[in-house]
Design a protein around this ligand. Structure first.
Ligand SMILES: C[S@@+](CC[C@H](N)C(=O)[O-])C[C@H]1O[C@@H](n2cnc3c(N)ncnc32)[C@H](O)[C@@H]1O
Length: 299
């Protein structure tokens, strides 16, 4: 078992071996007229509606999209958090506008993702039963080729307080490629032989399967504040290691607390564009990214 695989995480030393894709995109398009909320050599964050930014990106420019769109589950129900009964509501951005309007919203952004993905590029979409079937249907309708659906099992999921259904303890991640015949990136060996200590279901030296056991984010990942649907870093690190190589450009149209940005920066040698409509979440992401930069300065 190669214990180094998960920790092959270095910040690019000077970036000279990589095309400066990000700078090219940000300076050679209409995007010049929009000030990013944050910009470094390898990261750019926009506080905007994702459609406003994506429509300005050129065709075929992104290697990987990770999208964690609104789940549309904020319906005034209740859930359990830290042993207490709390509202399930995540924010106004997560309220359903009804089946047809939600479907139209998902179709609009997924269509745009298809245009900006490179032919060999892939997209990940995460969701619960409230949204994932619509997204899966649309991936098929828009001509993507579905590679896998992953069940992200949360071993520490909250109990079902009403005791009327099974306790929700997983989310689904769809992985699809833009063009069926194009050769997509899949780092098979890193997934088979990597070191995934958090996952009690991963058998060392055996193929990575489609059920991933990863706990919800630890307190240490919420040091600067938390996002109501924040994903664990281990989940995003796995996705990025599996489906990108050095120099790849990653886009997250629903950046949230910036888990994708942080994971990409920890792995290193990736470019990242993140977009979120809520300024608070962009500010949270900035703090998380700056902390990594500081940590690397120390070492
Ligand atoms: C499910 S959360 C993403 C959580 C993120 N993956 C994380 O780990 O923190 C969805 C995010 O999408 C943002 N959002 C909702 N509608 C949006 C839109 N039209 N454009 C950009 N961001 C949007 C919300 O503010 C929210 O932060």
């Amino acid at each position: 078992m190669n214990k180094d695989v998960e920790y092959e995480i270095e910040i690019a030393e000077d970036g000279t071996n990589m095309e400066d894709i990000l700078l090219g995109i940000v300076t050679n398009s209409e995007l010049q007229n929009i000030n990013p909320a944050y910009k470094t050599d390898d990261n750019v964050l926009y506080n905007a509606d994702c459609m406003d930014i994506m429509t300005m990106l050129p065709d075929n420019c992104v290697d990987l999209i990770f999208a964690d769109p609104p789940y549309n589950l904020s319906n005034d129900g209740i859930t359990c958090h830290a042993g207490k009964m709390v509202s399930v509501n995540k924010g106004t951005w997560d309220k359903s506008k009804g089946f047809d309007e939600d479907l139209e919203f998902h179709e609009t952004w997924i269509k745009e993702c298809k245009r900006i993905l490179k032919p060999e590029g892939t997209i990940w979409i995460s969701g619960t039963n409230h949204s994932i079937y619509q997204c899966g249907f649309l991936l098929q309708k828009l001509g993507f080729h579905i590679l896998n659906d992953i069940a992200w099992f949360k071993p520490n999921a909250a109990p079902n307080l009403a005791c009327t259904t099974f306790a929700h303890s997983h989310e689904t991640l769809l992985w699809a490629k833009k063009e069926k015949k194009a050769k997509h990136i899949f780092n098979y060996d890193a997934m088979k032989n990597g070191y995934f200590t958090e996952d009690k279901m991963k058998i060392p030296d055996k193929q990575m399967r489609t059920v991933w056991s990863i706990p919800t984010p630890a307190q240490s990942e919420k040091e600067f504040g938390k996002h109501p649907t924040q994903k664990p870093l281990a989940l995003l690190k796995r996705i990025i290691l599996a489906s990108t190589n050095e120099g790849c450009l990653i886009l997250d149209p629903f950046n949230g607390g910036g888990t994708t940005a942080v994971a990409a920066k920890m792995i290193g040698n990736r470019k990242y564009i993140g977009i979120d409509i809520d300024e608070n979440f962009i500010n949270l992401t900035k703090k998380r990214l700056n902390q990594i930069t500081e940590q690397y300065k120390i070492f």
